[in-house]
Design a protein around this ligand. Sequence first.
Ligand code: SF4
Length: 345
Amino acid sequence: MQYLSNILFVAILVLGIGFFAKNVSKLRRNILLGKDVDVSDDTQKRWRNMVRIALGQSKMVVRPIAGFLHVIVYVGFIIINIEVLEIIIDGIFGIHRIFAGLGPIYDFLIASFEILALLVIVSVVVFWTRRNIIKLKRFFKPEMSGWPKKDGNLILYIEFVLMILFLTMNAADLSLQELGAEHYEQAGSFPVSQYISNWFSGMDISSLIFLERTAWWLHIVGILFFLNYLYYSKHLHILLAFPNTYYGKLGPKGKFRNLEAVTKEVKLMMDPEADPFSAPAEDVDADEPSKFGASDVMDLSWVQLLNAYTCTECGRCTSECPANQTGKKLSPRKIMMDTRTAWKK
Ligand code: SF4
């Protein structure tokens, strides 16, 4: 029976990670369908940008309240991976809390996970309220109906449920530790779930084990579901923020890259000495101008496709867009969303 649950766990893990890997390779293929572009310059600066923006979340802290809440959710997401690692090792080998031997470090880790889990719950409630009660204008543009609207809420529900399961699992575990149940040795510090465990007083050991195991299984299956859900969601940015910031523009903000053919034409027009008809006929053929702008996704570079996949649909570009502000249909966010949809086959 013991081995049966290990085998089931490994099967679910392989299935979850395998499906995710398949979608990642599809994603990679889609992005590489874009036109080639050279981004091999100044790798040091690129690494620095990635660490500062994606890892350090520097853009988030520009807006203090939303930034603080995002940082919490983000740090929670990073740190919780240590806990996921423990669950995976426990699940594969059929043991309980493999890292418990770390003693005070383990107590500290579990306590930080719990505090972060609580903060994530608070942040998720604030984000949900912002979307559904305060109804921030930028979340209610025409392109945000249907799936994009559902997606924004769905991820909040998933995060909420995952955190509740985590705290329930710990609360039941703490109750079992206090009752001296077999395999549930004293380990961890539970600053949040100790209050939940009060609700379980009076439950017998087998009911508590059932509760703890159910929360444990649902938590890890939920995490694997979350991982696979990312591919279908705007929340791909959780993963793509890293390559996207690495391959970002290094030059000054807003600087345009001039098209060589157009620059040449303008110079020719501005030069009173120039005689446009003096060029030999073969040169005219060689100077056939490249396509100006992009009329379809095929005209975009792979970095631009990566940008589209990383868009969080926050709508800040659209709400700042002067054309959109005058009531025109132009929405930079919609362009990003349509680019992504076009390639996500
Ligand atoms: S492209 Fe626009 S909607 Fe997408 S993340 Fe950037 S600002 Fe937000």
